[in-house]
Design a binder for this molecule. Structure first.
Ligand code: DX5
Ligand code: ZN
Length: 234
């Protein structure tokens, strides 16, 4: 497992990163899915945790993540779409997540939890929904290592990208500079990734655009090439 400093430099060195969202994978064969993502050289696995309360869907929690941890050295970013994230922090730290991202809408005063995540040696992330203005998150960016801009309303994979959120990526980058890791999640694919990259995004969470493709290696490589400008999108 990477320490917080190691994780931060891993993310910065590897960017742009297409991070497969483990919501769209084959849950009947998680070991095989992880092997395929390892051979595709995925730099980060995005783990979508949903509690059926903060979002109208259920996925998996720390017990599953803990079982996945020994299967790969690829770092984990847990995206907690849950109410009361502070209450469950220890479980996600102990499950072996190198980054933990929770929602501002679940915790409108997030500074203490962001500090607590950092204190545990984990990269601290804050996510905002499409309907939440950037100005609400702005005062907390200095406490964040990672800022996750949702480009769909959280809860389900396979939704359509909401282009209005791109200005939040641009605003966060110009305000926070190069040190902040910025991630975008929802509807990311060959036709939407370039505009996010141009706005200054580092991590592109990709569910359908990886798992609906026959070859994960080609899908991840192609997304990263479009993001770094060595290939054109569509
Ligand atoms: C949505 C999740 C996403 C989602 C992405 O609530 O946070 O990570 O699985 O899936 P796609 O890429 O299909 O929109
Ligand atoms: Zn997610």
């Amino acid at each position: 497992m990477l320490t917080r400093d190691e994780m931060l430099s891993h993310l910065k060195v590897r960017r742009p990163i297409a991070a497969p969202s483990m919501l769209k994978c084959d849950f009947g064969n998680l070991r095989r899915e992880i092997e395929l993502l390892d051979s595709a050289e995925a730099s980060l696995l995005h783990l979508d945790v949903m509690d059926g309360h903060f979002v109208p869907n259920l996925s998996y929690g720390p017990m599953v993540i803990k079982r996945l941890r020994p299967l790969t050295n690829t770092p984990f970013d847990a995206h907690l779409m849950i109410s009361e994230p502070a209450r469950y922090l220890d479980e996600y730290v102990n499950a072996g997540c190198e980054a933990i991202t929770f929602h501002l809408e679940a915790m409108p005063e997030p500074a203490s939890l962001l500090r607590e995540i950092r204190r545990r040696g984990v990269v601290a992330g804050l996510a905002i929904n499409p309907g939440t203005p950037f100005s609400v998150a702005e005062p907390f960016l200095k406490e964040c290592d990672l800022f996750l801009v949702m480009s769909v309303n959280p809860g389900f994979g396979g939704q359509k990208f909401i282009p209005d959120v791109v200005t939040k990526i641009r605003d966060a980058r110009s305000l926070a500079g190069d040190d902040l890791i910025i991630s975008v999640d929802g509807g990311i694919g060959r036709s939407t990734i370039a505009q996010c990259a141009q706005a200054g995004c580092d991590i592109f969470v990709a569910g359908s655009s990886v798992f609906d493709e026959p070859c994960y290696t080609a899908a991840i490589a192609e997304l990263q090439q479009i993001a770094n400008g060595t290939r054109s999108g569509c």
